[in-house]
Design a protein around this ligand. Structure first.
Ligand code: NAD
Length: 364
């Protein structure tokens, strides 16, 4: 594939390839769009089958970040980076400092953070070389673990979906099935339990399931049985692609709302099927934005309370998405994309005018 032919090269502003001979670091940074602000997005380490695959992945992920931050109302653009190779070989100080220098060379157009296979320690090494790293530990002035914020946003999002589906966001007596009890799922179960929901939980790790049984109204279900369970809300918080050709007809819920990324295995096809079935789907990148919303606070001087206040906006953002989807009879993912694009256009234009020194209104 020629580089400029990549179908994922969808209006990307800049793609940077970095190589450091000494450490063997091969990294790609993709900046999709900076209309609203610096391009924020994590750095993942992955042993890709080919360089093409790595390029496609980073382009797709950075575009996703543009939409996610725009929809969440943040003044951030979208970017992402990938380090190609094995984390056992590359997860060392020298390689990550080399990566830090690459990030620094962009002068703040791209801000990196933790992602799949990168750790707080690795980000501290990056921080030795550049200020353009977010989500560091509170000891270093960062906002720390984003998961509690993602979980709270997911809880708020489930309430918002309940309001649309049943005319009330009271979860008392509603059955919510939570798939995956990791960093996000475990906090979500606690919030749901306090709200009086009946919760079905599953995880491939049995100790995680046992741990959750201490909360009120929680019962366990086997990992594969979750798709057939009698439930009002399905909350995927483990893996992507769990709504697919094999599972979609098994789901008896009225709402799908969870933290996992890429829940629909085929965004267009399954989005349309859910719309036809009358199952309300809370788009993944809208409902799971709590983490990035929290990190955004670092750009202004971090304040935990302000982060939670902002995460609460996920409720209203989802209402807008659901209303738009109903008005235009389009899948909720499409409605989310439209709302994100509208904000980039509107606010991006204002920022551009400010940068170029043009006045918004002429003096009378
Ligand atoms: P995690 O790795 O801590 O937890 C995932 C859990 O899912 C683990 O306990 C794992 O055992 C379980 N699991 C894996 N396969 C399963 C299966 N087939 N059935 C049931 N359980 C299974 O991850 P996390 O940080 O809690 O994130 C959960 C999801 O939310 C991921 O898709 C992640 O991309 C997404 N997300 C997380 C954040 C965040 O702030 N952590 C932000 C945005 C999106």
């Amino acid at each position: 594939m020629g580089f400029f032919d990549a179908p994922e090269l969808n209006h990307h502003e800049q793609v940077v390839f970095g190589y450091d001979e000494e450490t063997g670091l091969k990294a790609i940074i993709a900046i999709h769009n900076t209309s609203l602000g610096p391009a924020l997005g994590g750095c993942r380490v992955w042993n890709y089958e080919s360089e093409d695959e790595a390029l496609r992945d980073v382009l797709r992920l950075s575009e996703g970040m543009t939409y996610k931050s725009a929809l969440a109302g943040l003044n951030l653009g979208g970017g992402k980076s990938v380090i190609l190779g094995n984390v056992q070989e590359l997860g060392n100080e020298a390689a990550f400092r080399a990566f830090g220098r690459l990030v620094d060379s962009l002068g703040g157009r791209y801000v990196t953070a933790e992602d799949v296979n990168t750790s707080p320690q690795m980000m501290e090494w990056v921080y030795e070389e550049t200020d353009y790293v977010a989500g560091l530990s509170p000891e270093l002035g960062g906002s720390g673990d984003p998961s509690p914020f993602t979980a709270w946003g997911t809880f708020v999002g489930i309430k918002s979906a309940a309001n649309k589906a049943w005319g009330s966001d009271d979860l008392e007596g509603k059955t919510v099935a939570v798939q995956g009890l990791g960093h996000v799922g475990m906090y979500l179960v606690e919030h749901l339990s306090k709200a009086g929901a009946k919760i079905l939980v599953t995880d491939i790790k049995e100790n995680r399931v046992r741990e959750m049984l201490k909360f009120k109204n929680v019962s366990a279900i086997a990992p594969d049985d979750i798709y057939d369970a009698e439930m009002d809300v399905f909350a995927p918080c483990a893996l992507g692609s769990v709504v697919n050709d094999k599972t979609i007809d098994r789901l008896k819920c009225q709402v799908i709302a969870g933290a996992a990324n890429n829940v629909l295995s085929d965004y267009d096809k399954h989005g349309k099927i859910l719309l036809e079935k009358g199952i309300l789907y809370a788009p993944d990148y809208a409902i799971n934005a709590g983490g990035v919303i929290n990190v955004y606070g670092e750009f202004e001087g971090y304040n935990e309370k302000r982060s939670y206040d902002r995460v609460n906006h996920i409720y209203a953002i989802l209402q807008d998405i659901f209303d738009r989807s109903a008005q235009e009879n389009i899948p909720t993912m499409d409605a989310a994309d439209i709302l994100a694009e509208e904000r980039i256009k509107k606010i991006g234009r204002l920022k551009q005018m400010r940068r170029s020194g043009k006045r918004l209104f002429s003096k009378i």
